[in-house]
Design a protein around this ligand. Structure first.
Ligand SMILES: [Zn+2]
Length: 201
């Protein structure tokens, strides 16, 4: 599956039109290049209480992308082990799109997604850079939603606040991973909690 994804994710340049596409042009995933600061400026339109709006924008972006990749596949009959592989594949896809290095750690009742080299780092000094993390949260949430996994998402470490990475925690609300799918062989209860913004207790 990963090999297939990589092929589908090649960025193609239509030289005549001067446009970029992700995968074959027929898939119609037209790419637009933006600098992180452009996204921040855009998100300021959403206003000061924009958190939900930005997460929603991220979700919509992610959903649209995933549906095009999976051709509106019905995920209901798919088992959780396969969904785990799909999540890992999606993270690879997001990496290839330039979102940094993403790694998921699967536990019984939650999934942690570590993002190294987030593009929020490019605007570290900008107080609005946090908006980029909200977009990440939305995009990552959309992966679970597409796979019919309900989650409660929260960013528990942030590269803008004393950490070398952003860590998003997705509490699983309607499923649990079986032992064979759990990383590190540890159930939730013996995992040291990583708490808010690098503060450990
Ligand atoms: Zn962050």
């Amino acid at each position: 599956m990963f090999k297939k994804l990589k092929k589908e994710l090649q960025i193609n340049i239509e030289e005549k039109e001067g446009q970029l596409y992700l995968g074959p042009k027929a898939k119609n995933i037209h790419l637009l290049m933006l600098r992180p600061i452009d996204i921040i400026e855009f998100s300021e339109f959403a206003g000061s209480d924009a958190e939900d709006v930005l997460v929603w924008v991220g979700k919509s972006l992610g959903q649209d992308l995933l549906q095009r990749f999976f051709y509106f596949k019905d995920w209901a009959p798919v088992d959780l082990s396969t969904k785990k592989e799909v999540i890992i594949g999606c993270l690879q896809a997001i990496e290839l799109l330039g979102f940094g290095v993403l790694k998921a750690i699967f536990k019984k009742s939650h999934v942690l997604i570590n993002v190294h080299d987030s593009f929020a780092l490019d605007e570290k000094e900008n107080i609005m850079a946090k908006n980029l993390c909200l977009l990440y949260q939305g995009i990552l949430t959309s992966i679970f939603e597409t796979l019919l996994i309900e989650t409660d998402a929260e960013e528990i470490e942030c590269c803008l606040l004393n950490s070398d990475k952003c860590v998003f925690k997705f509490e699983l609300l309607n499923v649990e991973f079986e032992d064979k799918d759990i990383d590190g062989g540890q159930a939730d209860d013996i995992v040291k909690p990583i708490r808010f913004y690098g503060e450990k207790f």
